[in-house]
Design a protein around this ligand. Structure first.
Ligand SMILES: NC(=O)c1ccc[n+]([C@@H]2O[C@H](COP(=O)([O-])OP(=O)(O)OC[C@H]3O[C@@H](n4cnc5c(N)ncnc54)[C@H](O)[C@@H]3O)[C@@H](O)[C@H]2O)c1
Length: 289
């Protein structure tokens, strides 16, 4: 089978292109494919097999073939995928053919690091404005941009056509900043503050929380230790219980089964009720979803 462009690829002047309605998990993998494809292109590869691309992107090849088939891309039997064409297709679907303007709110420790990160430009984004509420930070120049007071947000958002707002303020300020971004017409927010944001329908929120990622890894460490009966890999941790399992905070032995979970929690996890009303809290995890 040959490789096809998806319906409505760039070049059809005036047309509003039809985009495939992709599952969120597929959308989350597309940037991984794109990164791998750019690396392949830079190292002189014109074509790539699904197995090679899957390995470079860190996913299984059946999943990759299914994801790419949803873009209308099937590769060519015996040849694989055309690297340049696939880059075009994925960039088109992700809307990366235009450089989107990003506003960063909160220029403290994290904000400084983000404002100075050169990788956004090469991935299709332009940090167009920096905001802070602290008069001591206003006027500071970082990477050629001057920090402006948050009160300037509505004017600058319109002038710079800000598409995405990045929140790097303390959690206590994040909801009010999100409200200000939404009022200024920003409909996509990347939230680094450790809190859930309420936003109106039509506004997308992604959340990045490295502490959550570490907690998930901690769970896997804990589980591996429980399965092998070995103590955790670092720190004093919990003392091994009699019988080789790990002691839970409420007594009992996790390694001997899941009966020792605090409060009698079921091992399958809990389900939160869906938010109601006109506000929603998508707050999807930007890492690992
Ligand atoms: N997601 C992650 O993995 C991760 C990692 C580190 C920090 N964080 C979070 O990022 C946030 C920033 O952390 P930090 O260490 O840079 O904090 P920081 O205190 O150094 O910086 C916060 C900045 O926000 C500004 N600010 C406060 N209220 C504001 C408002 N209403 N409008 C505009 N600016 C405002 C402050 O003046 C300050 O410059 C915190 O919420 C922290 O928990 C997240």
């Amino acid at each position: 089978m040959s490789q096809h462009r998806p319906v409505g690829t760039p070049g059809r002047a005036g047309a509003v292109p039809a985009l495939p309605d992709l599952p969120e998990a597929t959308v989350a993998r597309l940037p991984e494919y794109l990164r791998a494809l750019h690396n392949l292109a830079e190292t002189g590869n014109d074509t790539v097999s699904s197995e090679e691309l899957a390995a470079a992107a860190g996913v299984n090849s059946a999943k990759l073939r299914k994801d790419l088939s949803q873009l209308g891309s099937y590769g060519t039997r015996g040849v694989g995928y055309d690297v340049a064409l696939l880059i075009d297709q994925i960039e088109f679907v992700l809307g990366l053919t235009q450089r989107r303007a990003v506003a960063l709110v909160g220029v403290g420790n994290l904000g400084h690091a983000l404002a100075g990160y050169a990788g956004f430009v090469s991935r299709g984004f332009r940090i167009a404005a920096l905001f802070d509420a602290d008069p001591a930070r206003v006027g500071e120049e970082i990477n050629g941009l001057v920090v402006q007071h948050i009160d300037e947000l509505p004017r600058v958002a319109a002038e710079e056509r800000i598409a995405i707002g990045v929140i790097a303020t303390p959690a206590t300020a994040a909801q009010s900043v999100a409200d200000q971004l939404v009022a200024a017409g920003v409909t996509s927010i990347l939230n680094f503050a450790p809190c859930v944001l309420a936003v109106p329908d039509g506004v997308d929120v992604r959340k990045v929380d490295l502490a959550i990622e570490l907690q998930i890894l901690s769970f896997h460490e804990h589980r591996k230790a429980a399965l092998t009966g070995l103590p955790p890999t670092s720190g004093p941790g919990l003392p091994p219980a009699a019988g080789g399992g790990l002691a839970s905070p409420l007594g009992g032995s996790v390694g001997a089964g899941l009966t020792g979970l605090p409060g009698g929690l079921a091992a399958t996890g809990t389900t939160e009720p869906a938010p109601t009303g006109s506000f929603r809290s998508t707050n999807a995890e930007a890492v690992g979803s």
